[in-house]
Design a protein around this ligand. Structure first.
Ligand code: NAD
Length: 360
């Protein structure tokens, strides 16, 4: 099969980590009989410099024509003036909105060899953590009606949480489908003891669950989930939740893995279209030094193969290669610990490719 990938390298370490990912994808393509064609596009600070806008029309149009988008990171101190009307991050919001990406997948994986990076005790982590947070991305309180008003003469403000059943159903389906490829457990997170929107959320989750009899479902309140994530993260497989709760929980889940340079993410739209990017930013402090950790972006590439191209075996091959490289003690600076072998961006990419070659 042939796939068209829109590539937005972006700023800072973006181009460095994207380069390694493209090399890995090319190797996978060569060996599996698939072809990946890339279209490199501008967005973020580099687009502001060249074209005066963070998200040129051509970039959005080309992304729409592609089968998936791979993004490095955007932003940096050069464009960080809070007073500025044009900012690199506007590219991200423009892409999410313009591409109709309604679901955010954030795996929080703590690989056993990186246990030391977690702020949690070894007795809690055991042999590692593997949670997938499925967050609704285009509804709820971040998009609901808002405004300023007067509360008996006292200035006031309000925001509204609203979901319709279709919005909940489509995100629930992604949660259950994801669970089917994993440990078959879904935890739906809400605040149904207080919020009406959460009661509707829970009802729809129960309805969708009927189509997935093999998947175990439970419901937790957001406050309890925040506690359970640090008390016993191993109880979770897939967490499905609303925009705001997911925003908070996905950051908490990333934090317990302790390594920002390791975590991929996906934002999905209709018909398995998606945008794939590491959760980290453009790391301007280390840009251009060849020391950035490319693994989060390489793992984002694996998510692209799985979620947009349905190449599950190839995705697993990349994930296994990363695991093996870590087991053998290779580390970039951000995940370095005593006794391990320090490598740069390119060498880390090469190590992953060597493992893939052996595995195919
Ligand atoms: P950051 O994630 O770029 O960096 C935080 C720290 O983690 C830095 O010390 C950095 O060196 C380190 N780090 C991050 N990724 C790394 C990697 N792959 N390998 C090794 N070390 C890594 O966050 P920040 O410093 O808050 O933001 C820097 C810029 O990135 C800002 O302009 C911000 O707006 C932007 N940003 C962009 C995105 C995105 O494009 N999705 C996300 C977050 C921040």
């Amino acid at each position: 099969m042939k796939y068209n990938i829109a590539v937005i390298s972006g700023d800072g370490i973006g181009p460095e980590v994207i380069n390694e990912t493209v090399k890995v994808l090319n190797l996978i393509g060569e060996r599996s009989g698939n072809r990946f064609d890339y279209k490199y596009l501008l967005a973020g600070g580099c687009a502001i410099d060249k074209l005066g806008t963070p998200l040129p029309e051509e970039t959005l149009d080309e992304c729409k024509k592609s089968d998936a988008v791979l993004l490095g990171a955007v932003g940096g101190p050069k464009w960080d003036d809070p007073e500025a009307k044009i900012r690199p991050e506007q590219a991200l919001l423009g892409l999410r909105g313009g591409l109709g990406l309604y679901c955010n997948l954030r795996p929080a994986i703590l690989y056993a060899p990186l246990k030391d990076a977690s702020p949690l005790k070894e007795s809690i982590i055991g042999d590692g953590i593997d949670i997938l947070v499925v967050r609704e991305l285009t509804g709820g309180i971040y998009f609901g009606e808002r405004g300023r008003c007067s509360d008996n003469g006292v200035p006031a403000a309000y925001d509204t949480e609203k979901y319709n059943e279709d919005e909940v159903r489509r995100i629930a389906k992604i949660g259950f489908e994801s669970a089917m490829k994993r440990k078959k457990k879904v935890t739906s997170v809400d605040k149904a003891n207080i919020l009406e929107s959460s009661r509707l959320w829970r009802k729809v989750i129960e309805e969708v669950a009927k189509d997935y009899p093999e998947v175990e479902v439970n419901h937790l309140y957001i406050d309890n989930t925040a506690m359970q994530l640090v008390r016993d993260p191993k109880q979770f497989d897939v967490i499905v939740t609303s925009n705001m709760f997911g925003d908070i929980l996905s950051d908490e889940a990333s934090m317990i893995t302790g390594s920002i340079g390791m975590l991929p993410s996906a934002s999905l739209g209709e018909n398995s279209f998606g945008m794939y990017e590491p959760i980290h930013g453009s790391a301007p402090d280390i840009a251009g030094k060849g020391i950035a950790n490319p693994l989060a972006t390489i793992l984002s590439g694996a998510m692209m193969l799985r979620n947009s191209f349905n190449l599950e075996d190839e995705a697993k091959l990349i994930e296994k290669a990363v695991q093996e490289v870590l087991e053998e003690g290779y580390r970039t600076g951000d995940i370095m610990s005593e006794g391990m072998k320090l490598v740069g961006t390119e060498e880390m990419g090469k190590l992953v490719m060597n493992k893939i070659e052996k595995g195919m």
